[in-house]
Design a protein around this ligand. Sequence first.
Ligand SMILES: *Cc1c(COP(=O)(O)O)cnc(C)c1O
Length: 365
Amino acid sequence: MHSYPQLVIDKGKLSHNIEEVTSRCAEKGISVAGVIKGMNGLPELTRIYAASDVTMIGSSRIEQLKDAISIGEAEPELRKPTLMIRIPMLSEVPEIVKYCDYSLESEEEVLRALSSEALRQGKVHKVILMAEMGDLREGFVGDELTEAALTVENELDGLYLAGVGMNVGCYGSILPTKEKLEEFVARAEQVEDAIGRKLDILSGGATSSLMRVLDDSIPERINHLRIGEAILLARDLPLFYGCDLSFMNQDIFRLKLEIVELKNKPTYPSGTMGRDAFGHEPEYIDRGNRMRAICAGGKVDYGSEDEIFPLDSGIKVIGASSDHTILDVEDSDRSLKVGDVLTFGIDYASMVFVTVSRNVTIKYI
Ligand SMILES: *Cc1c(COP(=O)(O)O)cnc(C)c1O
């Protein structure tokens, strides 16, 4: 059996990252929902979250939360509350009630359907109402948040209003500044004034909000974050915002591809130029003849060749088709031969592909 393309996943490094994030958040009174969607909820890794200090397992996909529940059924001490983080489809309401302890919500119609379904199933489903904070993805706008909260609190007997949440940095590229988070707390307190009690959960965002934990400017009332990327990759905050995450592992995931051709070839194609395999008209630069490798594995495995990063700094990815990755290896640190294996780092965009490609063998270490 061939073993490449291969994704090597270091489970110990994942445990370490979860611990670093949950302990830093705990110091500020913040509990963490571990968001598993980035690695497609690989059960082997979900189990690590289940055994950690995260207080909920969060995902955008019900299938992944079902796996988390199966893990808890096999080992009851690993049963963690599940959180649906993508606002639900009306068509999945019965499953939401069945498999999710909590869900994020932004539509009154869905809330009503959830409540009826919960009553039907003899359950009380816990909801976190999302506040639109300027990023313009999900959330109740303005006073609609308080109105929805009053409806849940007073009319929808199948639901429990667990809290309110915010999300930024997804569509509108909005940053969770201290001011933005304080604005969110003010909206949460308006809800509390209207319903006449404190909310259990003020969920202040995702990985980007972790910056406010690290620079010690997170408002005191925020007591919950939903963290995916910072735990799995710890790449975005240092790369985009110069944040020091040196205490985190950035190498939990490594992609390995095998060389199937190694030749000295021209860098400029010859013949009449039309389109590449994907209908594009790329630009080519003539750099003369250079040593080039082709690795088995391509866009179907990792999405885009811009999202994988050779660890050998002398190697550059110069192109890819569905099943081939083309590399300039002229300046490689080591002398290569056909059959050698090259190692790559991945980012979020490639992680979502490599963790589900049936062509990629996953090896846990
Ligand atoms: C994906 C997602 C998260 C986790 O985001 P990261 O940036 O990976 O931490 C949290 N909340 C919601 C609503 C999401 O969709």
